[in-house]
Ligand binder design. Structure first.
Ligand code: NAD
Length: 452
């Protein structure tokens, strides 16, 4: 099938490459000419495991094309995928300007029946808005004879394993009111639907809400666990024990119940905000979601509070080694990353940061440029040199079993603030470290008047 993809971001690029991989002819277009040129020259705008090879092979085979000619893309595709951003507007609602721009472009240039697919995360009712905008432009051009269907097909890929998620999706949601468009979508996704039936067809509004509900449910799990972690600290419990205790209940499960430093990235924060806004617009007070957001904002400051407390507020002139800048492992994405909230608080308090991340160094450089209080270290070991403490923000695999002797030698004192609970507190205590983590007691800690 001929497919056009508008927006070469995380969703557009990965989904475009996945569709090309199974044999479709995919034209990906973007308004960012520099991004397109870089792709043509073989440079990817993002890091995703496995993506470079997938893109290169499919580009070389000719099944995957990149360009800026939006009109050519409209003519190319029998299916038009909209995969542009829907960032939060000032009031928290999803900004639909990019989606509607693409809708207008498609309407301007379409010359035959089209299936127009909304893959961007959009508020309930956007399908109707897109449909109306296209009809309006067609009418203005005297082309009301052209027919089309608008489909909601939300994307569920996870950054960090986006290629795998697109090649082996666990569900394919298709929101449509057209039997013909459903058939076109079934054909498009047939190669991904062999192992078992993954396609779930529903009405457009339910499909649009399914995406928000999924992200908000996951964000809720995280904020809930962070609240339990805060309670654990105050009540003398160990959140890791609690996590095991509740995860063993199959109704709860072990996935997505890790305490930490709060969720970040381009999706959860904006989608929680957007759903709160959408609820308010229909006179619903989204109490749960507001609490999820408030807990998360607070959680992003938790490591700083622990550091501030440990040093009695005397952070001026201190240097901190920071491991992990991306909002989660296996991505270079730093949008809404907890590391940013932490670094900015440390800088405000007069401290310096020596940071290392396996993939997000360029992104950090792009975001912060040259500044005296930030050193982007070449290795995780180099970041430690003469630092007053190590802070772990992102749980990259490479941070999980460090050389603790080297760590103790490089740091000014054996002190770790761990926002991801990577280590066993007692083991670190025995090695002479002071170890501050999330939802657990600081180790070594005082019990019955003595050190344990
Ligand atoms: P992104 O910001 O990485 O990429 C969007 C791209 O669209 C940019 O390159 C931008 O230049 C381009 N663009 C803007 N206007 C355009 C136009 N008129 N024509 C062509 N291109 C245009 O965004 P993303 O992270 O890929 O997210 C896209 C959508 O998918 C969002 O709604 C997001 O919520 C949703 N989503 C994202 C993820 C994720 O993990 N990033 C997962 C699922 C769903």
């Amino acid at each position: 099938m001929n497919v056009s993809v508008f927006g070469i971001g995380y969703v557009g690029l990965v989904q475009g490459a996945a569709l090309a991989e199974v044999g479709h002819s995919v034209m990906c277009v973007d308004v960012d000419a520099a991004k397109v040129q870089a792709l043509i020259e073989g440079t990817l705008p993002i890091y995703e495991p496995g993506l470079k090879t997938l893109v290169r092979e499919n580009y070389q085979s000719g099944r995957l094309q990149f360009g800026t000619d939006l009109a050519a893309a409209v003519r190319h595709g029998d299916v038009q995928l909209i995969a542009v951003g829907t960032p939060p507007d000032e009031d928290g609602s999803a900004d639909l300007q990019y989606v509607l721009n693409v809708a207008e472009t498609i309407a301007q240039h379409m010359d035959r029946y089209q299936v127009i697919v909304d893959k961007s995360t959009v508020p309930v009712g956007t399908g109707d808005v897109v449909r109306a905008r296209i009809a309006e432009v067609l009418a203005g051009n005297g082309r009301s004879d052209l027919t089309f269907d608008v489909i909601s097909n939300p994307e569920f890929l996870k950054e960090g394993c986006a290629v795998d998620d697109c090649m082996r999706p666990d569900r394919i949601i298709i929101g449509t009111d057209s039997a013909h468009a459903e058939e076109v979508m079934r054909e498009l996704y047939e190669p991904f639907n062999r192992n078992r039936e993954k396609i779930i067809v529903m009405d457009i509004r339910s499909a649009e809400l399914t995406k928000y509900a999924a992200n908000c449910m996951l964000a809720t799990k995280i904020s809930f666990m962070n609240e339990m972690a805060t309670l654990s600290e105050k009540l003398g419990a160990d959140i890791e024990m609690v996590r095991h205790g509740i995860g063993s209940d199959p109704r709860i499960g072990y996935q997505f119940i890790y305490p930490g430093v709060g969720y970040g990235g381009s999706c959860f924060p904006k989608d929680v905000k957007a759903l709160i806004h959408a609820a308010t617009a229909v006179d619903i007070d989204a109490r749960v979601l507001k609490a999820v957001e408030a807990r998360n904002n607070e959680q992003k400051t938790t490591l700083f509070s622990k550091i501030f407390e440990h040093f009695d507020g005397a952070l001026q002139g201190k240097t901190f080694a920071l491991w992990g800048l991306s909002f989660k492992p296996n991505t270079d994405d730093m949008r809404e990353a907890p590391s940013r909230v932490l670094m900015e608080a440390l800088w405000k308090a007069g401290a310096r940061v020596q940071a290392f991340d396996p993939k997000a160094m360029e992104e950090a450089q792009r975001l912060y440029g040259e500044r005296e209080d930030l050193t982007l270290a070449g290795t995780k070991e180099a970041a430690l040199k003469n630092a007053d403490a190590l802070i772990i923000v992102t749980e990259w695999q490479t941070f999980r079993a460090p050389d603790f002797d080297l760590l103790a030698r490089q740091l000014k004192q054996p002190l770790i603030f761990d926002g991801r609970n990577l280590f066993d507190p007692q083991r670190l205590g025995k090695r002479g470290f002071t170890y501050v983590s999330v939802g657990r007691q600081t180790w070594p800690h005082v019990v019955d008047g003595g050190m344990q």
